[in-house]
Write a protein that binds this ligand. Structure first.
Ligand code: NI
Length: 165
């Protein structure tokens, strides 16, 4: 595990790998998860991060939509899998690994997903809206996908971020 975390940017090849499933949550893994949560919280507007984004190709992601979704909790997602996709919505997304772009991305509006928590206990949950979108975005990272892979048209659906210098 890296001692200091740094974000990997597109086109770093680690962002295209399928991350390894976690088999046990040992002390090292817990330390890494704490680092990942702290790192995410330092990023402006950061509501999710996946381990490969900091160079660790393991099936671990953090989602915390609580700043925008009342009642949402910070989720530590280990080996997460989406089991049901319902409805569709298009929404503007960004990603720390592609800091210069945002895009209109089509995803399921409502999902059912399961994962292992920090105690390696199986969890299952249904969510919708922003949290569902974030879970899908982060699980994509664990499978080597980026949000730009999900746009209908690179020409009309991807936008360069305005720079405030
Ligand atoms: Ni991302």
């Amino acid at each position: 595990m890296p001692s200091r975390l740094a974000i990997r940017h597109f086109p770093d090849s680690i962002l295209r790998r399928v991350s390894e499933p976690v088999r046990t949550v040992d002390r090292q893994t817990r330390i890494f998860i704490d680092q990942l949560i702290k790192f995410m919280k330092c990023q402006p507007g950061g509501i999710g991060i996946a381990a490969p984004q900091v160079g660790v190709p393991r099936q671990i992601a953090i989602v915390d939509a609580s700043a925008k979704v009342p009642g949402a909790k910070l989720l530590v997602l280990i080996n997460p899998v989406i089991t049901t996709f319902e409805h569709e919505a298009i929404f503007r997304e960004g990603c720390m690994s592609l800091p210069d772009f945002t895009a209109n991305v089509r995803r399921a509006e409502k999902i059912k997903f399961e994962w292992r928590d920090i105690h390696f206990k199986k969890q299952e949950h249904i969510t919708s809206g922003l949290e569902a979108r974030c879970v899908q975005h982060e699980i994509d990272h664990l499978n080597g996908f980026l949000f730009v892979d999900r746009v209908v048209s690179l020409k009309t659906d991807v936008f360069r971020r305005k720079r405030y210098l």
